[in-house]
Design a protein around this ligand. Structure first.
Ligand code: UDP
Length: 234
């Protein structure tokens, strides 16, 4: 199979005779801080594929379009081939990460309403925060498309927040990517996993996501396995 794209955590393969679909392969690589911190973590790809598949299925059930078709193996999912927007859409419910750094806020403050932020996917510029006008100026998406992405991101937040809450997990923040499916529909693509979400235990506040790796808070796989156990158990 021909590689269409290889990222830090995933490889995208073309499928012969199926131009509208492709295969996502989840690797075991973990990276943080612009990939200056890097490690191989055995089994991470399997968990992220399983969790992403489960969460994409949940969104589809709730009427939110995604690129997901089905999970085909422990490390692979079949998806619709999408035209990706060079944007990361972050939704926050609780202060953490770059928001705290940028605005001098204390971590763990509950936000009155979800905050949606846009970042320009450009490694060489370190994925800068952009506003809607910047998106238009750069030609990354139209005004209508950005408005739809923000509206969908808020819907995704409502679905995921309540799903995680029922399983004893606090959805602090998460990142979404969007693309246009072959039929022209705007859809959530990429992955939704503890690599791209901050998830805290509701009772203890324990961090069960990639911050374990970023800040050496404990075994990454222990956290990810706990998330998997709760989502599958529920
Ligand atoms: N995030 C991501 N990919 C990125 C940047 C952020 O998946 O390239 C996720 C991150 O895991 C967190 C949320 O988006 O759940 C918000 O991240 P933040 O802006 O705080 O950046 P960070 O400090 O995590 O790099």
């Amino acid at each position: 199979m021909r590689v269409l794209y290889e990222g830090k955590a995933k490889v995208l393969y073309e499928i012969e005779g199926e131009p509208d679909k492709c295969l996502v392969h989840f690797k075991d690589t973990a990276t943080a801080f612009d990939a200056t911190k890097k490690a191989q973590i055995e089994g991470k790809g399997v968990i992220n594929n399983t969790l992403s598949s489960l969460l994409f299925r949940l969104l589809e059930e709730k009427g939110i379009r995604t690129h997901f078709i089905r999970q085909v193996s422990d490390r692979e999912m079949l998806v619709w081939r999408a035209k990706r927007y060079e944007l990361e859409v972050v939704v926050r419910n609780i202060t953490a990460g770059s928001l705290c750094k940028r605005l001098g806020l204390k971590e763990g403050q509950k936000l009155k309403r979800p905050l949606v932020e846009l970042f320009y996917k450009r490694d060489d510029l370190h994925d800068p925060l952009v506003c809607k006008e910047h998106v238009l100026l750069l030609g990354l998406a139209s005004r209508g498309e950005v408005n739809s992405m923000v509206a969908i991101a808020k819907r995704v937040n409502r679905v995921l927040k309540s799903f995680f809450k029922d399983r004893g997990l606090l959805l602090v923040d998460f990142k979404l990517e969007f693309g246009l499916l072959p039929d022209g529909t705007l859809a959530v693509i990429d992955e939704i996993s503890p690599d791209t979400c901050r998830l805290w235990d509701i009772k203890t506040g324990e961090k069960l996501d990639k911050d374990r790796f970023r800040f050496d808070l404990g075994d990454l796989m222990e956290g990810y396995r706990e998330v998997l156990r709760r989502l599958q158990g529920g």
